[in-house]
Design a protein around this ligand. Structure first.
Ligand code: SAM
Length: 284
């Protein structure tokens, strides 16, 4: 199904970005679309009212959030069927990115309406391009689970990804999350981008060990970026072996026991003494 965005005569759903902390980042086009829409749907109408009043926008406003999105999506679809223009915004940044938006976009597409997104502020990409970490390939994860065991499981699943990893996190969980990341990703390079576009914007660039040990207080809104895995596919395969088999692989290559332990430890991101302990345990 082809959508010719500028030839649509019927209802259109606009996905409109809003600033992530600095009203000067509102785009001219976003203001224009919000002014000309028949209705604006917003995650939190109190937050959006402030923005609308700043830009002298008087379009009627309704709520669209995770607790009413199914019902509101139906209402929006009804309006689209009447040929109306609907704009969807979240509290900040791009709707649909760790924010409501996906469901109504999908339903509107299914029903044959045009869905048009406007480019604009987004915390993940803003942080990525100034992080100093590779930005050619990246993996946006968004929020990890708030449950520690589930969070570690999720991090372990990402351990071999070669792309720069991007996470959102709430300030009250940051220290616990950084500790879990250090356990899984060891001392990989990482960046904490805080309060982007705001007065106290800050980038903490270092490795996870330095960041955790600094006990720096990360207040406000935060993006965490972690360098991707540098393991080659061969190393990944070795890491999927039992530790003894991994160690044996290096012995078979002709390395002595000390060298084989060193290589096994390096691949698995653990200490030589840990490799030694496990090999001795395996033999006893
Ligand atoms: N839709 C938004 C976007 O496009 O970036 C993200 C919304 S999500 C509910 C909110 C999270 O985004 C925050 O917890 C934080 O991780 C990140 N975030 C939002 N604004 C930020 C800012 N100014 N600086 C750093 N991170 C921010």
């Amino acid at each position: 199904m082809i959508q010719k965005s500028n030839e649509s005569s019927g209802g259109i759903l606009y996905l409109v970005p809003t600033p992530i902390g600095n009203f000067a980042d509102m785009t001219f086009r976003a203001v224009e679309v919000l002014k000309n829409a028949d209705y604006i749907y917003a995650e939190d109408t109190r937050v959006t009212k402030v923005l609308l009043s700043h830009f002298h926008i008087s379009t009627p406003l309704s709520s669209y959030h995770i607790f009413n999105e199914e019902i509101q999506a139906e209402v929006i679809l009804k309006y689209l069927a009447e040929g109306l223009k609907i704009a969807l915004v979240s509290d900040a940044g791009l709707p649909g990115i760790s924010d409501p938006g996906f469901l109504v976009a999908r339903e509107a597409i299914k029903a044959g309406f045009s869905v048009i997104s406007l480019p604009g502020a987004n915390a993940a990409l803003t942080a990525l391009i100034a992080s100093g970490l590779p930005s050619d390939k990246f993996f946006f994860y968004g929020f990890l689970s708030s449950k520690p065991s589930q969070r570690e499981k999720e991090l372990n699943q990402l351990a071999d990804y070669p792309e720069t990893l991007i996470f959102y996190e709430a300030p009250h969980r940051i220290q616990a999350t950084l500790k879990s990341m250090y356990q899984v990703f060891k001392d990989r390079e990482a960046v904490i981008a805080r309060e982007l576009t705001k007065k106290y914007e800050e980038y903490f660039r270092g490795n996870l060990k330095e960041i955790v040990e600094s006990n720096h207080e990360f207040k406000g809104e935060i993006v965490i970026l972690v360098a991707g895995s540098k393991l080659s596919s061969g190393q990944k395969e070795l890491n999927s072996l039992q530790l003894e088999e991994h160690y044996q692989y290096y012995l078979d290559l002709g390395l002595n026991q000390k060298e084989a332990m060193k290589m096994t430890a390096r691949d698995r991101g653990i200490s030589k003494s840990e490799v030694y302990k496990q090999i001795v345990k395996g033999k006893s």
